[in-house]
Design a protein around this ligand. Structure first.
Ligand code: CA
Length: 229
């Protein structure tokens, strides 16, 4: 199998070099860009399997880069952020980032995340079994990776699709945030569930849910989520 390509976008040379060395030693093909425009060029040239993207970049910030990358087909993005404000993380998910790491991070932690995201990508691309699931106007078609609500197709990111499919396959079963992280993200995070909550919130908006009277996804407070029976 050809080496998987990771695009690393980071303007701090020391971090870029450390990340490059680590990922190379693990067998990835690594391409580095130090600003937004270069990141977009490299992305178009190399079609990477994953982008490790610093949030704070000169010129064009990471959110803008992420938005533009997602316009040309989906690429998983691991966002690096020096800020700790929750708002920045949530903003990252709103533009299609899969996950984030807060600086300073360990290279081991980075490599765990990278592996988990790439495994998930493979799983997403290979899991195409099962009849479409239908519930009250919602259709989740795993084979064609399509979601419809009341006859209209809803564009979801692959991660949002995975969350919906995972819940819809087991109606009535409450899945905790930890279980969802295990099954979908492939690891657990000490930040516990924040990532899950913001992706679920975004998924819900897309499928037209009102948090107070959800049609499809029930929140079990303090625990997690369940698809309605
Ligand atoms: Ca930076």
């Amino acid at each position: 199998m050809a080496a998987q390509t990771v695009l690393v976008v980071e303007d701090e040379d020391a971090i870029a070099e450390a990340v490059r060395a680590r990922l190379r030693s693990e067998g990835y093909h690594v391409v580095v860009a130090s600003d937004g425009p270069e990141a977009l060029r490299r992305h178009a040239e190399t079609r990477p399997d994953l982008v490790v993207l610093d949030l704070m970049l000169p010129g064009m910030d990471g959110l803008e880069v992420c938005t533009r990358i997602q316009r040309n087909g989906w690429t998983p993005v691991l966002m690096l952020t020096a800020k700790t404000e929750e708002a920045d993380k949530v903003a990252g998910f709103a533009v299609g980032a899969d996950d984030y790491l807060t600086k300073p991070f360990s290279l081991r932690e980075l490599s765990v995340r990278v592996q988990a995201i790439l495994r998930r990508r493979e799983r997403i691309e290979s899991s195409s079994n099962g009849e479409p699931i239908e519930h009250e106007g919602l259709i989740v078609d795993a084979k064609r990776r399509r979601v419809e609500v009341d006859g209209s197709e809803i564009p979801l990111t692959p991660l949002e699709f995975e969350i919906l499919l995972t819940l819809a396959r087991e109606p009535g079963v409450v899945l905790s945030r930890d279980q969802l992280m295990d099954r979908i993200w492939g690891y657990r995070d000490h930040a516990g569930g924040r990532v899950v909550d913001s992706h679920v919130a975004r998924l819900r908006r897309k499928i037209g849910e009102d948090g107070n009277d959800p049609r499809f996804i029930r929140t079990v407070h303090g625990v997690g989520y369940a698809f309605k029976e």
